[in-house]
Design a protein around this ligand. Sequence first.
Ligand code: NAP
Length: 314
Amino acid sequence: MKLIDGKFIANQVKGEIKKEVVQLLDTGHRAPHLAAILVGSDPASQTYVASKEKSCHEVGFISSLYKYPETISEQELLSVIDFLNADTEIDGFIIQLPLPKHINTDHILLRMDPNKDVDGFHPINVGRMATGMEAFLPATPAGIMELLKRYEIETIGKNCVVLGRSNIVGTPMSILMSRKGYPGDATVTLCHSKTTHLKEICLQADILIAAIGKPHFVTEDMVKEGAVVIDVGIHRVPSNESKTGYKLIGDVDFDNVSKKCSYITPVPGGVGVMTIVSLLQNTLKAYKNNTPCDCIEDDHCDDESCDCGCHHHE
Ligand code: NAP
């Protein structure tokens, strides 16, 4: 069994992004800028936003936080989105979910400029992803695709079973794995709480992706010998082994399942660390879309020999 080391890959990708940022600054450009909107004081949301800010600083991005009390109205929040959409120095922004109940999340997401939606939640980006067009991919599935690619895991023609159909993980994951190209071209089965014969379906999987939010749900009797297992779940459970009094575990019973796998992601240090990295990758992409290369004049490059490869030539 080989461990898919998310921490190692995350550091590798961050190093690559940092190098690009240094080059941008050295050539007189500004750094990419990611903004985040945080409403209320939910501790988990605060932790997520703080770690996103930390990662931005690690790679040299500018990061800014727009913090509002739980009582902010939907109209006020829509005005904040309009402001961020219009600010040309902000390349991308995220809205930390969940939002308070009096705010309609769909209204908020739909108001975002899809070109700044680096979380990939806007229906335009979801539609572009589903049809195989260039898009901001949702962060967690994009992180998993990056892991599969960097570990050169075969996906073409393989049976892939995805457990869970959430909009942020399971559904986009199933779409990406069934799209043409590598990683992808897999034969995908998407399972959910109404799926019958779940164990039998899982046993067919060459690649099993667990995103159902139930600790240690996937047991060794559900996994085929030699399968690749990707564990998206994150659960905090009490533990005497750590000073904090808790430890993190996944949707997969790692100790027993890992004995049967060819590859497996650990929790922590697997998929979770890749999610923020995908957000950074999307922000860099948004920056490039937002910042024409030096060769562009009046929205156009006249130099036929130019091979800068920027999207403004496409
Ligand atoms: P979610 O929105 O709660 O969705 C869970 C999915 O699992 C649903 O589609 C549900 O089916 C399905 N499900 C529940 N019980 C099932 C069962 N017994 N058999 C088959 N399917 C079942 O979860 P999520 O937001 O995708 O998150 C899943 C897990 O990943 C959580 O532990 C979460 O903390 C973690 N997560 C991690 C990251 C990361 O960065 N690593 C990011 C996001 C989430 P129905 O649709 O029928 O209800």
